[in-house]
Design a protein around this ligand. Sequence first.
Ligand code: NAP
Length: 278
Amino acid sequence: MLNGQTVADFMKEEMTAKVAVLKEKGITPCLATILVGDDPSSETYVRMKGNACARIGVHSIKVVLPAETTTEQLIQEITKLNEDVSVHGILLQHPVPHHIDERAAFDAISIEKDVDGVTTLGFALNAFGVAAFPSCTPQAIIRILDFYNVPIEGKHAVVIGRSPILGKPVSAMLLNRNATVTTCHSKTVNLEEIVKSGDIVIAAVGKPNFVKGSWIKPGAVVIDAGYNKGNIGDVDYSSCLTPSSAITPVPGGVGPVTIATLIEHTIKSASMQSEKTS
Ligand code: NAP
């Protein structure tokens, strides 16, 4: 089992040490989260991120805006946080209410503070393999593979899902690590056959227990990025456990590493901003 909590605990130790060094210089890394509306799952995610920051000594501030907030008002709030030198990372919790232009709001986040890797510029820089903060869940997936010494180069990676925050960026990151990548989506024909040819299978579909054990090539590594109601992943864990050589659980797989990655990016952003000003 590829235990994500073990990876997150390892990262926590590294991060705590880095925060102590920054605090000696009078800097406390700070993550600002923006929540628009009152979606209970989003509230939970934002609270979990705030609690995880506190455990590592990272300051977090929460901006809560009513569901009627317009795109312009949201962008104004983001601009204020961009200009606030005490804020090192900005996270706009997805999804925002339908009437808001989410892409415009994401793109209003300055690249230096885009610790969640949601801007168009950040996405492009990452696709080119140039330093920027990658989207957190894709980065967490790569982190887990590296932590457990899963070889990526030359392997056939099958990614199920092509969302801008998950499927697409993780496909680009695997390609940059010299995997041969097939990205599947809802219009893919013969999905099962394609998954069967994968050495590494990444499930990012948003459908509970979607990937079945009979689709998995013996010895393949299975990463479940899914998180559905009731703590259920996108992979049918019990049937995939036997054919796979390694598999992430849900919960306790990609999730904790995603949160740790967000905080790691905030700390890195604080270090980079302190180097610029010193
Ligand atoms: P999303 O935006 O809904 O994208 C889902 C993707 O799956 C789309 O590309 C869609 O294809 C594809 N898909 C849907 N049905 C399919 C089918 N029958 N066959 C093949 N592909 C299909 O979801 P997301 O935001 O990427 O999230 C994916 C999963 O990851 C969800 O379970 C979410 O909760 C989870 N997640 C977890 C974390 C974490 O920290 N662990 C973070 C973010 C998301 P089309 O493009 O053709 O529609």
